[in-house]
Every structure is written in C-alpha cells, then in structure tokens.
Design a binder for this molecule. Sequence first.
Ligand code: WT7
Length: 665
Amino acid sequence: MASDDRNGEQAAGRVFEPSPEFSAAAHIGSMEQYRGLHQRSLEDPEGFWREVSDEFEWSRPWTVLNEWNEPFTKWFVDGELNITVNCLDRHIDAGYGDRIAYHWEGEPGDTRPITYAELLAEVCAFANGLRELGLEKGDRVILYMPMIPELPVAMLACARLGIVHSVIFGGFSADAIRDRVNDAGARAVICTDGSWRRGKVIPLKENVDNALADNACPTVEEVIVFQRCEDEINFEDGRDIWWHDLVAGKPETCDPVMVPAEHPLYVLYTSGTTGKPKGVVHATGGYMVYTALTSKWIFDLKDDDVYWCTADIGWVTGHSYIVYGILANGVTSVMYEGAPDFPDFGRLWEIVDRYDVTVFYTAPTAVRAFIKWGDEWPAKHDLSSLRLLGSVGEPINPEVWLWYHRVIGGERCPIVDTWWQTETGGIMITPFPGAIATKPGSATLPFPGIEPDVVDEQGNSVGANERGLLIVRRPWPGMIRGIYQEGWGQPGHPGEFGERDRFVSTYFEKIAGVYLAGDAVTRDEDGYYWIIGRIDDVLNVSGHRLGTAELESSLVEHPAVAEAAVIGFPDDLTGEAVAAFVTLRGGFAAGDDLQLELRNHIGNQIGRFARPKMLRFTSALPKTRSGKIMRRLLKEIATSGEVTGDTTTLEDIGAIAALRGDDEE
Ligand code: WT7
C-alpha cells in the first residue's frame, strides 16, 4: 500500500492543534472548556445531566438521575419519554419540518431526499401498520434490511410503539438470522426482497425464508417485505406481507407510546468469547441523551452541516450515529446504500462533492482501501466542503491517519478518532475537535461523564506508557443494560435481568466493581489513551467483531472437521484477518475443494465477511500439556508464513511445536 507521496509522512511525536478558526466556531472551543466540562460531569453529575437532558421532551421529567446496583445501572430512572418525539416531532414543532433528514443515495444511482416531516409521516404510517398486525410495546421485531430510508423508518416505527427492534446486518447468513430471531423471541421480521451490492442483488428475502424454514423460528408470525430490487421472490401466504400493502391508506400520524426511560430501545447482537453472540440491550432515555450529546459535541454539529457516516446501520455505529444521535440533533445526513468502489473508486468522493458534505465519519479499514485505490480518486472531486473527519472501529495506524488528514482533509480538518463499543452505546474516548490537540493513533481523552483508567490484572492503575487493561470506573447513560434473554424486564421471571452470569463474568468479574472493556491500552504522560486491541478471543476484521469460538464451532459442525483453531493475523487492508487451522476426520482428504467448501461453510453459517482468509489443514493442532491450543504459535505461523504458502496439504504443525520445544505453561 505504499504510495510515493506517503513516503515522507512521519507520524511519530506529531501533535495537531485545532485551528483558531475551527475552535472559534466550535461548540467546545478550548482545552479549558473541555476540562471544565469533564470535571463538572464527574463532580456534579446531577447538574451536568439535568442541563443536557432538559433539552429533550419528557412526558414525565426524571427526578432520580441514576442507580447503580452492580452490574446493573439505570438512568433518568423515573423519567418517561418517546425517543421518536425527540428525533422527529420536536424538530418539526420547532419549524424544521422541511429540513432534509437524509439525502439518500441508492447504489444504482437513484436518489431521494427525505425531510424530517416526511420521515415522521412514514414512521407514523408504518407504525400504524405494525399496530394493525397486533404488535405492541415490549414485542421484539427483527430488521434485516439494506441501507435504504425504510430501515430507519422501521426502527423509528418500532420505537414509536415501544417495540424492541433488533437489526441484523445484511451480510449475515440464514443460520445467523435464525439464531438471533430465536434468541430474541421475535414476533415479526422486516426485510426487503433483496439488496444491491456492486450491481448485483443479494437475496435477503431468500435468506429469511431459509432461516424460518421447517418452522425453525416458531415465534415469528409475520414477515414484512419492502420491495427494493423487484426480483422474483417466494411469498408465503398468511405469513408474508408487502410493506406497501401494509402502509396503504394508513394515517400519517400516530400517537407515540410513552415508555419509562429504562424501557429497552433495542437489542443488538455482537460477538463475544463464547460461541453464542450476545444480545446487547440498550435502554431508551440514557441512550438517547448520551448519543445525542456525543453527536453534538464530537461531530460539532450545527444547523447547516451535512453529516455522513459511512457505516452500515446493521452495526452499532449506524444505530447511534446515523439514526438516533444524529436525528436527535435535527441535522442533515447522507445515507448511501452500496459499495464504496461501485461503479468506481471515486463513488464516495463524488457524493461528498455533490452534497457538500461537511463532516465525514468512517473506519480505518476504509481509509486503507482509499490509500490502496490511489490519491487520484479523491483528487478528481472537490472535497473543500469537508471541515471535520472521524474514525471508528479499530486503531488507526498513524501513517493512515496522516494520509486521511492530508488527502481527504486537505490538512485543514481535525480528525476525531473515537473509541467505543457496541456495549458502550456511544463514544467514550475521543478528541473534542475544537479543543483537544490530536496525536495520530490516539483516541485522546474521555468524554464528560466517563472515568476510564488503565489497570493491571489486579486492578491497580499503571503508570504512564505502561500497557494495561482499559476499564471504566463508573456507569454512564449509554451503558449496556444487560444481555438479552427471554423474560427481560419481567419481574420474577428467570430472564428478568437477561443472561446475568454471562454479563457479570464478561464485564465485571476480572476486575471487581468496574466495567472491563476487553481492550489493551496505554496512557501517555498527557493522559492520552492509545488503544492497542482486544485482550480476549475476539477478532476485529474490517471493524467487524468476530469471536474465534464462534468461528471454531461453525467449522467443527462440518462433517469433515475433527478440530479447528481460529486466530487473527495482521492484514494491511482489514486490520486483522481470519486464519483457521483444521484437522480432519478419517476418510476426508485435504485439498482445494474441501478448503473452498469449508470457507463457504463459514460464509453460510455466519456471513461472507467472516470467511477465513487463510485456511490450513494440519495433522494435529499444537497443544500444551494441559491440552490448550497454542494460539501464539499459530499466530506466528500465520503471520510469518513459517510453513510457507497458503497450502492445502496436511502440515504437521504439532511437530513444529515439538521441535521448538514450545509450551505455553
Ligand atoms: C471494539 C468494539 C464502536 C463501533 C464500532 C465497533 C475496537 C473501536 C476504536 C478506536 C481503537 C477501536 C475496540 C473495541 N475499537 N473503536 N477508535 N480505536 N480500537 O464496535 O464491534 O462493538 O467493537 O472495536 O477493540 O473494543 P464493536
């Protein structure tokens, strides 16, 4: 990925101060102001969050700010509200109904501007349709849709009625859908016939049909299908219903169902250390306030901004920073349906140019792809409307940061490198673009209300520049409320608090009394945080979280596989890539065909994005005397290619370990 112009870029030790012009116009314009806010938020949380939350409409104002019964937190405890009133009606009532909410851009080139007033009307009509089907507060509904306006419409329509949505990224397979539908006990699935990807149709409805086949998901009563691609699809009478038939003739107003602040807004599944994905539960009030405030201050949002986050709404980044946090601020966004390289590598920059995008938020893996595609693509377009850039999902290599700053940002745009997680609901560690000087590769300092620390295995804070575990010392409004399980929130039900043991052991056990993020980190002498990466068996492939256990269980479900070990290894483009080492059952022969079949098997079970880049057959996996797989050795092999080439023949990796005398105990 070397490009001639980049050779001179030296990241080490460089500090970028916000320009005086940027600071002067910013919501938070100085380090002193940032420090004051952060200090006040910790010393006077009641006052701090009262001021912030008073900007919103509550049908019942809160009197109790928060409760903390480890590991459970509640925020704005006795408040009641509807989040869609705050994301939509509030702006329309204030006279902004004609403002564009989304400039939507379809992959084939169709476009559609949608105003706040239009968005509310569609949300209401669709909510009336959901109501007609008998769906109500507390029900769970699965959304499996591409990046079209109907996805936020469906999310907001659920929220209008207090229905808990669970969005599944369109790249997931039928098997993954089935697991999530059943875990959530979903009453309905909302999908499209298909989605556009590089000019081809991905058959989303067919995936849903396969997931539900043979009554595999007995809780599902309806499948609502929005027509996007107009390909022929299977339609099951009595179960399937067209979106356009459901909304036909429905009123464009719908009284919002007011819910307690702690009512679950959504469940979003994410990978963990065990084979089964976790249903992360977020609560309405705290999530709204936290995503709205982080959006406003970190992206420095103003009335005339055109903001664009390139994430897919199927991940938390889209939930918080395309839908809820952004709409809560009443600003205009761009929403793009398709691939960044279709029809050519200039697609994103053409869109920035045409809509005069001012704030652009993407992932390091995307920036690395832009670098590979070449500087000539952004150079073809006028990017001078941009004033602020963002990065999320994985550590951004300093050299990549510098390229982003120079080539996309014209050396004038600050970069906010935002650290957070599905579980945190919103951004936790980040620059304030008008206040905090940035260092390439560092997410810098905590957001107000957030008290992180770097500790050793015993929970003691470590010194400057020492590697440790990233923890958060006190709860915050956007924090995960638990791991979903049937019976969530029903007093006396065994599932009232979700998967409680798993929740405790994942986040609160290793270091008592604090939230463990699962990342390794250092903090420098200026207090700046430098995220290193996951400490657990979770991989980060192009900003997509994948559990090694999940991939291994998928492999061993294949009849040919006796045992499998999955590890991550560095990749120039995707950050980390998946390597799988497999031993075979008797009667199966290693070879190209089987290799392809196993990669496709993972593709079918989880999703194409999870397919291993490297898959190798071995006669035995290297193990310690107590039987633990020696992942470090496998990592070395994958990284250095010590056993040369991506061979499909059987290798004796166990023998390599024996020869080296390796033993991790
Ligand atoms: C993990 C969370 C947050 C939305 C996208 C990913 C890594 C996230 C950064 C960053 C370094 C980062 C961490 C974290 N991560 N942002 N700015 N710098 N690492 O959400 O799938 O829940 O993954 O992504 O390892 O734990 P997620």
